[in-house]
Write a protein that binds this ligand. Structure first.
Ligand code: FMN
Length: 210
């Protein structure tokens, strides 16, 4: 009798668990959405949940184990400092013909509803054992781990890359070889949000080598 017929065989159990895992991870991956601060209630996320995000970020793949990611966590009480820096940076570095007072005000206030903002940072391997892009890719993998975890927790989150964040070396007191690659927003989403997204058919992006 084959294992499939025994019902309680370990092979059947493993296969069943595997199917469950695939369904679970596919569900999380496909339902993950960019959820913006305008959609947050302003409530705080408990710190242990933030640590869970960071722990999973830390398990990203990394060529030669350079582990190039690190994070600066900005709790809600301090977010106003980032907003003020962002707005001032925008005012200083935006060409007058592009500058918008509305955008300036938005930068000053929009992030305040977040519970935490995590600055996504990268430290280049001092010996440059792997190309820079591979370290950037590893950081992106870490961010995706956080994003998927936040989604599984029912939190709102997204990766934002405003000019001021990419030019925040002094603000975050970064050292030589360190860079900020953007901000990861974390917040409690309002109930009943309709979050839609779309992707082109994967078949249009796949070529089977013949
Ligand atoms: C590297 C990276 C940078 C991003 N930067 C921004 C950003 O600056 N502003 C923004 O609104 N969304 C940003 N996003 C989020 C995308 O806008 C979002 O993923 C896209 O709209 C698709 O929506 P979905 O993730 O809900 O499917 C960024 C995403 C990535 C991967």
């Amino acid at each position: 009798m084959s294992c499939m017929h025994t019902g309680n065989s370990s092979l059947f159990k493993e296969r069943f668990e595997f199917m469950n895992k695939v369904e679970t991870i596919s569900g999380i991956i496909r339902s993950r959405r960019a959820i913006f601060p305008a959609m947050y209630t302003g409530e705080k996320v408990p710190e242990d949940k933030v640590w869970e995000l960071l722990e999973n970020a830390n398990w990203a793949p990394t060529h030669r184990l350079t582990e190039p990611w690190f994070f600066i966590v900005i709790p809600q009480e301090k977010i106003h400092k980032l907003c003020e820096f962002g707005a001032a940076w925008y005012k200083e570095y935006t060409l007058p013909e592009v500058y918008s007072e509305m955008k300036y005000q938005k930068i000053k206030t929009k992030a305040l509803s977040a519970s935490h903002i995590i600055a996504i940072c990268m430290k280049r391997d001092p010996e440059k054992r792997v190309p820079k892009w591979e370290e950037e890719a590893a950081v992106a993998c870490a961010v995706q781990n956080m994003w998927l975890t936040a989604s599984a927790m029912g939190l709102g989150s997204y990766w934002s890359t405003p000019g001021y964040a990419l030019n925040s070396k002094e603000f975050f007191n970064l050292k030589k070889g360190e860079r900020c690659l953007g901000l990861f927003y974390v917040g409690v989403p309002e109930e009943g949000l309709k979050l839609e997204s779309r992707r082109q058919d994967v078949k249009s992006k796949v070529r089977w080598f013949e």
